[in-house]
Design a protein around this ligand. Structure first.
Ligand SMILES: *[C@@H]1O[C@H](CO)[C@@H](O)[C@H](O)[C@H]1NC(C)=O
Ligand SMILES: *[C@@H]1O[C@H](CO)[C@@H](O)[C@H](O)[C@H]1NC(C)=O
Ligand SMILES: *[C@@H]1O[C@H](CO)[C@@H](O)[C@H](O)[C@H]1NC(C)=O
Ligand SMILES: *[C@@H]1O[C@H](CO)[C@@H](O)[C@H](O)[C@H]1NC(C)=O
Ligand SMILES: *[C@@H]1O[C@H](CO)[C@@H](O)[C@H](O)[C@H]1NC(C)=O
Ligand SMILES: *[C@@H]1O[C@H](CO)[C@@H](O)[C@H](O)[C@H]1NC(C)=O
Ligand SMILES: *[C@@H]1O[C@H](CO)[C@@H](O)[C@H](O)[C@H]1NC(C)=O
Ligand SMILES: *[C@@H]1O[C@H](CO)[C@@H](O)[C@H](O)[C@H]1NC(C)=O
Length: 911
């Protein structure tokens, strides 16, 4: 009646787990970094125009590094603590151990009904691995059987309903080595491999294999087993639906002891709990590679429940979730967290846990007002910028005519949905093009703990590992490192957000549950990502948040931000055990960008700037009347920088015969011989050469501040000072508001040579930008023109170049600050103007710039109008902006600037 294991066998270890730190923290995948250039080299577009700009946009919230916590816990654990040996006491007081069984409650053992065919057993032994060796007997519990309860439908004549319960005389003492297993109560057996355990040949040849062994088997289709059971008088109807067969193709194995379990270990709380799927019923002798026949447990659940109830046991504990949670601290840790074994001790790294009760900060839940949303309509999304939630197309649509109305996110906050977009090619209830966008009314207010997720726009991922967002029972997701508190029925109703570590499983590793493959006639396509993780879960441990992200932090340009790789589309148990599928936004990038970055109104206005053609007959050198009635001459536009400047501002420009001839007021004509303009234009070239020579000299030396110069003037008896920047041998730039503070001085004094200690005083003429507006601080720029030409050489050597690129700006910029009367620089980084709107309560124009200055809190720092912000990647640096407005209303680290690249033409026109 008992059979031996002839194949690969594993002895069971008693493991002592070592305690290190008793705290539990959320696990994190380490952020991989791609081959992006260093931050200092990055040049960024002025306005966000594509999904790729996200990392710059939210740079300030990025983390500079990621901490990875580790810890361990103590426990004595045994792999098959439910395994029972069932014995018959012989007249000579020895015991024949001829059947196996599984402890399923503290007083009941599940076994096969045929074990009592000749004589009922009378004793059960638990917690013993080697039945014939006393060295491991310290944990063994031998208990007499009070009652053998065969299933009422079982008959000794047939093999059907071969299942029975043993009532023990007393309760077992639950211990690390003796604990009930749980029951798989689902009719569907989704597992591709199962484990059978038993003592094998005990009872036949004493001493042959007295140690508990396990073997891995696969469930077989019924047809495949029919051959082996033909002409079996005990199976007149063949196998019935309550039976299953399982075997092993490769190994020459037998199944376990009669009555013993066919089981699977399911993951929850970072532990694995054995679940009994079936009871070993019968098979053929060993050595013939034939399947065994098993009685499935699921069809008998209600009989087991009522039997247990009848004898006063709490049948609620048979429920998979309750059972798993009840004995959680007695279960083994999942292999991933087991770091290493040293003898009987074990170290754990809980950060490697597959599942964790934690929220994605970017996850939102989508709601339909006044509609009690049925769980099948549960919809989630991911925040990707201040006003946008990315989700599935099906989550943007109406239910019974009701549109989704609002989203909730971290901390129960609610935002109203204003716009809904679904992919135009989405067809209802299909798995194709299932992607959509929701826009919310109030902007999300981000900070270092609440950032949006950037959209991963590449077709491949940096690492195959990522985090799936789901929800599950709180009680199955806590990490218990000590004794877990008792649970009751109410504690199994609380759900929490769950993050699971899954792998991309493209190609052959993708194994989808049948219910989904049937809905995918042509299989998965390029837009889909198949993902999953190996272990199966206790049901309700994790269910995908549909529309929620598959995410991963990515380290770029020195900061890490969260990325959304894909959106949960379908699957069960978060892809654990069997694969699940998500949709990749990267595949729908064009559609997404068309929704997120529609052409801007300003760009349209720009195209209809006023242009007036004057007299078609006028040629170069002819007199003409410029706008505002000023007398002028027709010249090539190159000789009239003012006109270019006006044109870009959208102001009236008059052309002569051709589009390249403009009517230029006399005083604005600048012929190519203008050495100042040339100096400004050629600055970049010169700098490039010098930087090439310095290549290899290592790190950028601390930025030279030789181009910074105090501008001094007297106001009554008071001396006032403003900071200027030398940009050519005759020109210094500063903010108009700084000079303007009381009464505009017509002449100022420059104190150059501060850095060399040879102070010189030079007089300069002040030219304020004609459109400067003291209220809005727009066009906040003043130009100081040197009157004395003797210092040109010295100034020329000190100057900074002007950043001339009008569409792109460096990401990392140095801000000049005053700390304790000393000039220093602080690192600052670009913010998109659109994202500074709230800080300044108005839309910044293209000729303004917005930066976030870091580390302002460390010391008393002064940032004043007129102070430069420059890119110091190259020697001398590029002047990018001049502070036009110290700080914003809400955050003093956000500073507004005059963007120099917009004023090149004005500067040249005033030379
Ligand atoms: C019992 O097990 C111990 C350790 O595995 C071994 O040294 C001893 O020989 C065994 N005794 C018997 C009777 O098998
Ligand atoms: C939820 O929806 C499913 C199918 O859409 C339906 O079978 C079920 O009855 C609904 N449940 C409730 C409580 O409305
Ligand atoms: C969110 O709301 C739920 C019930 O609506 C409540 O149980 C929970 O404590 C709230 N959480 C926070 C952080 O306010
Ligand atoms: C599958 O993933 C591997 C590694 O992640 C990658 O090398 C391979 O190109 C992928 N194949 C497909 C078809 O996406
Ligand atoms: C497929 O799964 C096997 C076993 O889990 C693993 O070794 C292999 O790397 C996986 N292949 C891919 C392409 O992910
Ligand atoms: C152009 O105007 C100037 C004075 O602004 C005048 O001296 C000159 O004669 C004019 N030339 C022609 C061709 O009309
Ligand atoms: C400019 O505005 C500031 C306040 O923003 C004020 O103190 C100053 O007097 C104004 N200057 C002029 C010339 O209006
Ligand atoms: C501005 O910089 C960007 C990025 O480096 C570059 O692609 C673009 O050509 C530059 N534009 C000009 C006018 O130099």
């Amino acid at each position: 009646m008992a059979y031996s294991f002839c194949g690969v066998a594993t002895t069971i270890l008693l493991a002592l787990v070592l305690a290190i730190v008793p705290t539990v923290e959320g696990q994190k995948l380490l952020a991989p970094s791609d081959d992006s250039p260093e931050a200092e080299h990055m040049i960024v577009p002025n306005e966000p125009k594509s999904l790729d700009d996200c990392h710059f946009r939210y740079y300030e919230f990025g983390k500079k590094s990621i901490n990875k916590p580790t810890f361990g816990v103590p426990a004595y654990l045994r792999e098959f603590a439910h395994m029972a040996a069932i014995g018959w006491t012989q007249p000579d007081k020895t015991v024949l151990w001829n059947c196996g069984g599984s402890l399923i409650s503290e007083r009941f053992v599940l076994t096969a009904a045929h074990c009592a065919q000749r004589q009922e057993p009378d004793v059960v032994r638990l917690g013993d691995i080697n039945l014939f060796n006393d060295t491991d007997d310290q944990y063994a519990q031998q208990i007499r059987i009070a009652k053998f309860i065969a299933n009422p439908s079982y008959s000794f004549l047939y093999e059907y309903h071969d299942i029975a319960l043993l009532l023990l005389e007393r309760k077992v003492v639950v211990h690390d080595t003796v604990a009930p297993a749980c029951l798989w109560n689902d009719e569907e057996i989704r597992f591709t491999s199962l484990e059978a355990t038993g003592w094998g040949a005990v009872g036949f040849v004493e001493g042959q294999t007295p140690t508990l062994l396990k073997v891995t088997l696969s469930p077989f289709e019924k047809d495949r087993c029919s051959n082996f059971i033909e002409n079996n008088r005990r199976l007149p109807n063949g196998l019935d639906s309550n039976q299953m067969c399982a075997g092993d193709d490769k190994q020459d194995t037998c199944r376990g002891d009669s009555g013993g379990p066919l089981q699977v270990k399911l993951l929850h709380n970072t532990r694995v709990t054995p679940f009994i799927v079936a009871v070993t019923s019968f098979g053929r002798p060993c050595g013939q590679s034939v399947p065994g026949i098993y009685t499935r447990v699921a069809p008998y659940i209600s009989w087991i429940q009522s039997t247990l109830k009848e004898w006063g046991e709490d049948e609620w504990l048979l429920q998979p979730q309750a059972c798993a949670r009840k004995y959680v601290e007695l279960r083994e840790y999942e292999p991933r967290v087991q770091l290493k074994k040293i003898g009987s001790q074990q170290q754990l790294d809980m950060t490697k846990a597959h599942l964790f009760s934690d929220s994605s900060r970017q996850l939102v839940e989508i709601h339909w007002e006044s509609l009690r949303v049925n769980s099948s309509n549960e919809c989630y999304g991911v925040i990707i910028d201040e006003s946008t939630v990315l989700t599935l197309a099906r989550c943007t649509m109406g239910i019974n005519g009701m549109e989704p109305t609002h989203v909730t996110f971290v901390g129960n906050k609610t935002h109203i949905i204003t716009h809904r977009y679904k992919h135009p090619n989405y067809e209802e209830s299909s798995f194709r093009n299932d992607i959509g966008v929701l826009k919310v009314k109030e902007p999300f207010e981000f900070n270092a703990d609440f950032t949006p997720a950037c959209v991963w726009t590449k077709n491949t991922y940096l690492e195959p590992e990522m985090e799936v967002t789901g929800r599950g029972l709180l009680e199955l997701n806590r990490l218990y490192t000590e004794a877990a508190p008792e649970i009751d029925r109410t504690s199994l109703t609380n759900t929490v957000d769950v993050l699971g570590i899954v792998m991309e499983q493209n190609g052959t590793n993708c194994s989808l549950p049948k219910q989904y493959t049937e809905r995918l006639p042509s299989g998965l396509s390029q837009e889909h990502v198949c993902f999953g993780a190996e272990p199966f879960l206790v049901p309700s441990t994790c269910s995908q948040a549909f529309g929620g992200p598959l995410q991963r932090e990515v380290f770029r340009y020195g900061r890490s931000l969260m990325y959304v790789n894909a959106l949960n589309l379908f699957g069960r148990d978060c892809g654990f055990g069997e694969s699940a599928v998500a949709v990749r936004p990267a595949h729908h990038r064009n559609w997404l960008e068309s929704v997120l970055y529609p052409p801007k109104e300003t760009e349209i206005v720009y195209k209809r700037q006023p242009v007036t053609f004057l007299h078609e007959g006028l040629e170069e050198g002819d007199n003409c009347t410029a706008p505002n009635g000023l007398p002028g001459v027709c010249v090539n536009y190159m000789y009239c920088p003012k006109v270019t400047h006006d044109g870009l501002r959208g102001r009236e420009v008059k052309f002569c015969e051709t589009g390249s001839l403009v009517c230029c007021p006399h005083r604005n004509i600048r012929y190519a011989t203008n050495s100042d303009a040339e100096e400004i234009d050629s600055c970049e070239r010169n700098q490039d050469t010098s930087s090439d020579e310095e290549e290899g000299s290592g790190e950028t030396s601390s930025a030279s501040l030789s181009h910074v110069v105090p501008i001094v003037w007297r106001n009554g008896r008071e001396e006032r000072v403003c900071i200027g920047t030398i940009v050519s041998s005759r020109i210094v730039l500063t903010a108009a508001s700084c000079l303007h503070a009381s009464k505009l001085p017509s002449e100022v004094e420059l104190r150059i040579g501060m850095s060399t200690g040879r102070l010189q005083f030079i007089a300069g003429e002040v030219i304020v930008h004609p459109e400067f507006d003291n209220t809005s601080k727009k066009h906040n720029l003043a130009l100081i023109k040197m009157k004395d030409t003797r210092n040109e050489e010295q100034l020329g050597q000190s100057r900074a170049c002007l950043w001339r690129n009008s569409t792109h700006t460096p990401l990392m910029i140095d801000q000049l600050v005053l700390v304790d009367r000393t000039f220093k620089t602080k690192e600052a980084h670009l913010k998109f103007n659109t994202d500074c709107r709230r800080a300044f309560r108005r839309v910044l124009s293209a000729s303004e710039l917005c930066l976030k200055v870091d580390d302002l809190d460390e010391e008393p720092v002064l940032i004043d109008d007129g102070m430069p912000a420059f890119w110091s990647k190259r020697d001398g640096g590029y002047l990018v902006g001049i502070v036009s407005h110290r700080s914003s209303v809400s955050d003093r680290s956000i500073v507004r600037y005059t963007r120099l690249s917009s004023y090149i033409d004005w500067i040249k026109s005033e030379l």
